[in-house]
Design a protein around this ligand. Structure first.
Ligand SMILES: [Zn+2]
Length: 215
């Protein structure tokens, strides 16, 4: 496992590692193709998702309890509520990346040795980068896991225990997985291939057999 703050040297190293993988896969008879994710589309998708997931969550809550935002702060001081929410949200950004790494390390040959956690200074976002190409099934599992554990599970728990804090945490956690969901959505086109997070493009590379098509 490497933990790093991304800089030019690290970017160059990742590019090199990617090129090494491409030539290694080339020798095995695979060629690399790139699937890019459009950042504007991703942001619009995140906003739409926020409205949909929020409407579903609070709609269910309304159906169960008959009021929309009954006791929103649950008896807690409002400022403390906001402060705690911000702290939990901030921590969840890192937990999100950890969950990716946790689920991706199992199928890796070098286990944690192939997982990097870093901070993209320009975008101020932490990332998880796996240095091995993974097959679609395990890739999807690891890509979806943070949305499940930080989105779906808190929403369900929040609804059960009647906590707007936990519900909203789940809605925001779900939105945090918007990019991952977009990636998963694009994967329906690439059934039998190995996937690799692209080192500098927003998106991933996938390896397909040079002869014939990927299907
Ligand atoms: Zn993610």
């Amino acid at each position: 496992m490497r933990i790093e703050v991304e800089n030019d040297a690290i970017r160059a190293r990742k590019k090199q590692e990617y090129e090494d993988l491409v030539s290694e896969m080339d020798a095995k008879g695979y060629e690399a193709r790139i699937e890019k994710i459009n950042i504007v589309t991703a942001n619009v998708f995140a906003m739409v998702l926020f409205v949909i997931v929020g409407a579903i969550t609070f709609g269910i809550n309304y159906t169960i309890r008959g009021n929309l935002f009954g006791d929103f702060f649950g008896g807690m001081n409002m400022y403390l509520w906001y402060l705690l929410f911000f702290v939990f949200y901030f921590l969840s950004i890192f937990v999100h990346e950890f969950i990716h790494g946790f689920f991706w390390h199992f199928p890796c040959e070098k286990k944690w040795g192939s997982i990097d956690f870093g901070l993209n200074v320009k975008m101020l976002t932490p990332y998880c980068h796996c240095r091995e190409a993974l097959n679609r099934k395990v890739y999807v599992f690891g890509a979806f896991a943070p949305t499940f554990f930080l989105g779906i599970i808190p929403i369900i728990i929040g609804l059960i225990i009647n906590s707007y804090f936990v519900m909203l945490f789940g809605v925001i956690g779900f939105i945090g997985g918007a990019g991952d969901l977009m990636v998963i959505w694009t994967l329906r086109k690439h059934k039998d291939c190995m996937l690799f997070d692209h080192p500098y493009e927003v998106g991933y590379a996938y390896f397909v057999r040079k002869t014939g098509t990927e299907e």
